[in-house]
Design a binder for this molecule. Sequence first.
Ligand SMILES: C[S@@+](CC[C@H](N)C(=O)[O-])C[C@H]1O[C@@H](n2cnc3c(N)ncnc32)[C@H](O)[C@@H]1O
Length: 242
Amino acid sequence: MSEGWTERDSNTFIRDADCFVPERELLVESVCRLIPTRVDANLVVDLCCGDGKLSEAVLEAGKGSRVLALDGSAAMLEACARRTERYKDRIEIREFELGSQDWRRFAAPPRAIISTFAIHHLSDCAKRRLFRDMACQLVPGGVLVIADMIRPASEASTQLAAWQWDEAVMERSIQIRGDLSGFESFRSAKWNHHALEEPDPIDQPARLLDQLSWLSEAGLGSVDVHWSKGGMSLFSAVRPAN
Ligand SMILES: C[S@@+](CC[C@H](N)C(=O)[O-])C[C@H]1O[C@@H](n2cnc3c(N)ncnc32)[C@H](O)[C@@H]1O
């Protein structure tokens, strides 16, 4: 994996992601619901699959999907394999480098390419290139679905995002663990990008409006936003049917 995300980050995320990601269950379910079934393809590609929570949900949802789960972290790939063990006939798990070109042609055109909380590690130029490369791999009618941290459009919006994210993590920590340990970990790992005076340069979130226009520019249609909170958004775009 390129410099940036470390195995320490992977271990923190494996342990605490349920606290760190606001409305994580709703997001996972929403991504699954956006995957089309009325297309002549069954492959779903999960870019930066992490510990496989989303891939597992796609497999559980059935719809005949097969999953290609890609990530650059050995700890994440192992966790993903463990989590999806019961679906091993329908999932292929592989190491990749998100920013490189060598994985960008798939054995069959995917019905969906999905990615949660990872694409912000690429520069804007690389995100734009990724959108173009993924758009032409999709089957007509296939969808690109992204949930990610975004760059708020103003200082006021950044402050609001920072506050909403803190509030959400506090609430989830109490709900899930009955204490604030999840929030304490979020604070000590400096995970709230929007609250930091000097955010980690590995995080390069782009404005939502820019990302939507890059999807359009890549030839995709039905570009839409489905959810936003704490400086994070869920959005998607569809390859027009021939
Ligand atoms: C915040 S985690 C999200 C994991 C998963 N998508 C989820 O939502 O639970 C970011 C993931 O991106 C992966 N990642 C970050 N930069 C990467 C890169 N340059 N190439 C490959 N994987 C990368 C990390 O290993 C990690 O699994």
